[in-house]
Ligand binder design. Structure first.
Ligand code: CA
Length: 235
């Protein structure tokens, strides 16, 4: 199965270099030189498997492109890797909060970027623990086949990564999960993300879960644990 990557970047030389290397690795690519062009390409064509998104675009910030993609039903779970400058730490954090899956700091080595892309595409195609067809925990219902989750009867709007994080938590409920273990199983062992990334994503997942967010407990100095039983169910 050929995987499609959309490159959103306004520097022509960098776009050409990315196109050349990604195609040589067997990916199909399309390129957009502005945020608006990217959103139009995605709206009018097939949704790519992954989007390489530069944060500094001529017409709008990459974080805004990310936000709009996450708001749209069609693209809310598309993989997004941000390309950022060293100085854009704040934007990177905003990007994660908006649901970006990973980031690469410029100037990057093309080899590192290709490894990162391969890891991120693989981890979404090889769901680590489940896919138990359906897991129910109190008010939460997680469908590991359709990759959808509900709180009571309301569907949660989760990104692919948030879904994987939630299903990992629910599948291993009652057991402590270290940040390192979560990094390995949810992000993929070779994804060079930091443990702070885990915290950012857990924070966002908790927010999206609303009242069910408190099922995910923080264990100081260790990581997280999904409750073994709903409240009030302890014997
Ligand atoms: Ca740029």
């Amino acid at each position: 199965m050929v995987q499609h990557i959309l490159i959103v970047e306004d520097e022509p030389d960098l776009v050409r270099m990315l196109e050349y290397n990604l195609r040589r690795e067997g990916y199909q690519t399309r390129s957009a030189y502005s945020g608006q062009a990217a959103l139009e390409l995605v709206a009018s064509g097939p949704v790519p498997d992954l989007i390489l998104l530069d944060l500094m675009l001529p017409d709008m910030p990459g974080t805004e492109v990310c936000r709009q993609l996450r708001m749209d039903e069609r693209t809310r779970s598309v993989l997004i890797v941000m390309l950022t400058a060293k100085s854009q730490e704040t934007d990177r954090v905003v990007g994660f909060e908006l649901g970006a899956d990973d980031y690469v700091v410029k100037p990057f080595s093309i080899r590192e970027l290709l490894l990162r892309i391969r890891a991120i595409l693989r981890r979404t195609h090889t769901a680590a623990p489940p896919p138990a067809s359906e897991m129910v925990f109190d008010r939460l219902r997680v469908d590991g086949v359709e990759h959808r989750a509900w709180l009571d009867d309301e569907e949660l709007r989760l990104t692919a990564l948030e879904f994987k994080l939630l299903s990992t938590f629910v599948a291993r409920r009652g057991r402590a999960q270290t940040r390192d273990a979560l990094l390995a199983d949810v992000w993929g062992i070779d994804a060079a993300v930091t443990t702070r990334t885990v915290d950012t994503h857990v924070k966002r997942l908790r927010e999206k879960l609303g009242p069910a967010g408190r099922y995910i407990e923080t264990i100081r100095g260790v990581g997280y644990r999904f409750r073994s039983r709903p409240e009030g169910a302890e014997s």
